[in-house]
Design a protein around this ligand. Structure first.
Ligand code: MN3
Length: 199
């Protein structure tokens, strides 16, 4: 049961100028596609082949003998989730239950922003910044390389890719500028609110 590379939920030019068509073409059609393809090759013929991606990720997390399969499974999942975390004319502030929960758990939206920017900027090397629901509490976390919060029993609500391939064509070494645009112009708060409501 091959996992199919999902299409982007918007056009390749939809996030310009914050994220260029060229970045989305390389990031989705080359990087994400490669993770999916390598995952399918690695899972084929194993007893995990019939399982959904989330279950495979949870089943083999921390198993050093399955590191290759895990990395490609998690990167396939992370990227699909990441595309939905952005939208054209995104950014701004969340509303409703999500806004109240962020205020309650971080003190204010500004303090959440500070924590999320800090997580993205201080992830040394490649990885991801996340907003997760951990038990009943919202938390900001960061993970290295392919790791994701599903393996810590946390519910991912929002993620930002901070691998260089996510921003280098548009921002070169200026990761903080990419992070500012991600929060200010790209975040799809409706998607984040849906994830919280479903958690
Ligand atoms: Mn990436």
């Amino acid at each position: 049961m091959a996992y199919e590379l999902p299409s982007l939920p918007y056009d390749y030019t939809a996030l310009e100028p914050a994220i260029s068509q060229s970045t989305l073409e390389f990031h989705h059609d080359k990087h994400h596609a490669a993770y999916v393809s390598k995952y399918n090759d690695a899972v084929k013929g194993t007893d995990l082949d019939s399982k959904p991606l989330e279950e495979v990720i949870k089943a083999i997390a921390g198993d050093a003998s399955q590191a290759g399969l895990f990395n490609n499974a998690a990167q396939a999942w992370n990227h699909t989730f990441y595309w939905h975390c952005m939208k054209p004319n995104g950014g701004g502030t969340p509303t409703g239950e999500l806004a109240q929960k962020i205020e309650a758990d971080f003190g204010s939206f500004e303090l959440f922003v500070e924590a999320f920017k800090n997580a993205g900027a201080t992830q040394f090397g490649s990885g991801w910044a996340w907003l997760v629901l951990d038990g009943d509490t919202l938390k900001v976390t960061k993970t290295l390389n392919a790791d994701n919060p599903l393996t810590s029993d946390q519910v991912p609500l929002l993620t930002m890719d901070v691998w260089e391939h996510a921003y280098y064509l548009d921002y070169q070494n200026k990761r903080p500028a990419y992070i500012d645009d991600f929060l200010g112009k790209l975040v799809n708060w409706n998607f984040v609110a849906e994830n919280l409501a479903a958690a």
